[in-house]
Design a protein around this ligand. Structure first.
Ligand code: PRP
Length: 183
């Protein structure tokens, strides 16, 4: 089945490891001497956040959020529904790093960043493993980007294919044959 649904491996495991190390180095340098609150955006970011956090050597805590955004193609400001949230007494003293697996329309992260800023966060930065800038519906520039990718349907390493295959150690592109078989 996996052979049938896979067109090609887009980001192999070794490349992910290289990307994670590079991003962690940048983050360690930028946050030297500070305390970081790493925010994992469930579910897709679970693998990336776990691997990245292993290489972050500045003092850190972890929090988890889960949101769903939905809008229509003609409207750029998709609504955001918060499915899992956290609160903390020291929210206004925290330097947050929101970690994502992928940015597509930009709705999720732009909404999340606004939400954190409105709640008075001391600072908010964003880190994504994959970025599809060609799909943006809202202007959004992440602070740390692993890899810019073309507009292809990708899965693996946290990204799901109808909720499955998140556990793959690499990111793959879905095959045309599989997509056609769904029609
Ligand atoms: C994916 C991804 C981002 C979001 C990016 O999550 O993990 O959170 O979409 O898309 P956007 O830039 O257009 O907002 P998804 O909603 O598929 O949920 P999941 O992480 O639980 O799979």
């Amino acid at each position: 089945m996996l052979d049938f649904i896979t067109k090609k491996i887009l980001v192999p495991q070794e490349e992910i490891e290289t990307i994670v190390s590079r991003l962690a180095e940048e983050i360690n340098r930028d946050y030297e001497g500070k305390k970081l609150v790493i925010v994992c955006v469930l579910k897709g970011s679970i693998m990336f956040t776990a691997d990245l956090s292993k290489k972050i050597n500045v003092v850190n805590e972890m929090e988890f959020v889960r949101v769903s955004t939905y809008g229509n193609s003609t409207e750029s400001s998709g609504e955001m529904k918060v499915l899992l949230d956290f609160d903390r007494e020291d929210f206004t003293e925290c330097d947050f790093l929101i970690v994502e697996d992928i940015i597509d329309s930009g709705n999720t992260l732009s909404r999340l960043v606004s939400n954190f800023k409105n709640r008075g966060a001391k600072s908010v930065k964003t880190c994504t493993l994959l970025d599809k800038p060609s799909r943006r519906k809202v202007e959004f520039e992440p602070d740390y980007v692993g890899k810019v990718i073309p507009d292809e349907f990708v899965f693996g390493y946290g990204l799901d294919l109808f909720e499955e295959y998140r556990g793959l150690p690499y990111v793959a592109v879905v095959s045309e044959e599989y997509l056609n078989s769904l029609k």
